[in-house]
Design a protein around this ligand. Structure first.
Ligand SMILES: [Zn+2]
Ligand SMILES: [Zn+2]
Length: 366
């Protein structure tokens, strides 16, 4: 073990410490990719030990580091997942189980079969990420015959796969709720004259339009055949369920005023500054790993077309008001990447792949 390898591991781990300076963070990200390239298999044991120590100290940012190890290296994280379950507070993230080996999966089954506890609930959030047919078939079985203990869960047991971005359809087939294809997005905001904008029916402020480029969207939504559209949404009312639903009629996108938030919109929204303009998408030519932005506290470039969403709060695919099926996630952006006056929200965009004319914007925030 060389001195160099020691300092490389120390630098890697330190690079996951919290930092609110966005530019520094981006520089660290670039540096990390370099460090990962220098990480030789001979350093893996030492790295494993160093991360175990962080897990014992409840260093939550190791979720992010393990996620990066899966994306950028061939380091096997399974022994760390087992170690974390057995020795740490169980607060690791489900997406780390996406490549879990059968032994790791067995450990989850064991947690579920032991007496019902908080650890059962954690295991239920990890299991839908496991790629095996055994894990999948277990959810089919549970959907057909929910176990007695499932009454103690906060949600029906068949809803648990949503945390991993899929659901069982009526025929017990797996229906993916996001695209495994992913491109980072640069989103430019071009301010326009307020008088040219439609008004939000809830807060009466101007609507913002997202310009969707059809060939780009078709890559992540199968069968998306809609010409270039300007999708209107309210950047504040999209905080509410059904606050910003749009519908396509005669080639034009309109705010769907039928399916709208029914409660009173708070005054702070009505009194907020007006913002009107177009959000123009530009995707990176190169694709990126669909789980790149999965860690919810990372300060990565969140904005992306396709890929797995960054859930700041609990996963929530809005159900389409027409067909009541979960909508498909296809795009997200981080407010601070687009607007100068940011509120730290992440905007998620959904499309109903069954009705093919309904769009929905939702935002989650810290
Ligand atoms: Zn509004
Ligand atoms: Zn629908």
């Amino acid at each position: 073990m060389s001195e160099n390898e020691n300092s490389l591991i120390d630098e890697l781990i330190a690079s996951y410490e919290n930092n609110n300076n966005r530019e520094e963070w981006l520089a660290r990200e670039e540096r990390r990719v370099e460090l990962f390239k220098q990480l030789k298999p001979s350093a893996h044991r030492k790295l494993n030990e160093a991360i175990e120590k962080q897990i014992v100290d409840d260093n939550y940012s190791m979720n992010e580091m393990l996620n990066d190890l899966l994306i950028f290296t061939d380091f096997n994280i399974d022994s760390l997942l087992k170690f974390w379950i057995e020795n740490g507070e169980v607060n690791l993230s489900g997406y780390l189980f996406r490549g879990a080996e059968s032994q790791t999966e067995e450990l989850l089954f064991k947690l579920i079969n032991d007496d019902f506890s908080d650890r059962t609930i954690f295991a239920l959030e990890y299991l839908p990420w496991c790629n095996s047919s055994k894990a999948f078939n277990q959810f089919v079985e549970w959907k057909k015959r929910p176990p007695k203990w499932s009454k103690r869960l906060n949600a029906p047991i068949e809803d648990y796969p949503e945390v991993a971005g899929w659901e069982l359809d009526d025929k017990y087939n797996k229906r993916l709720l996001y695209s495994p294809l992913c491109h980072a997005l640069n989103i430019a905001f071009i301010q326009t004259d307020e008088s040219t904008s439609d008004k939000c029916p809830l807060c009466d402020r101007p609507l913002i339009r997202l310009q969707l480029v059809p060939y780009a969207v078709a890559e992540v939504i199968q069968g998306f055949g809609i010409e270039t559209i300007h999708m209107p949404f309210c950047n504040l009312c999209s905080r509410f369920d059904l606050g910003s639903m749009s519908v396509l009629k005669d080639g034009m996108m309109k705010i769907d005023t039928e399916n709208i938030y029914k409660d009173t919109v708070p005054d702070w929204i009505k009194e907020d500054d007006n913002l009107s303009g177009d959000l123009i998408l530009k995707k990176d030519a190169q694709s990126r790993d669909p789980y790149f932005a999965a860690p919810e506290w990372s300060k990565y470039r969140y904005s992306q077309l396709g890929g797995f969403p960054t859930w700041i709060q609990h996963p929530e695919h809005q159900k389409c008001p027409t067909c009541s099926k979960r909508m498909f996630f296809f795009l997200q952006f981080q407010e601070e990447e687009v607007f100068a006056d940011q509120r730290d929200a992440t905007f998620h965009f959904f499309y109903c792949t069954l009705c093919k004319d309904r769009f929905y914007v939702n935002q989650q925030f810290t």
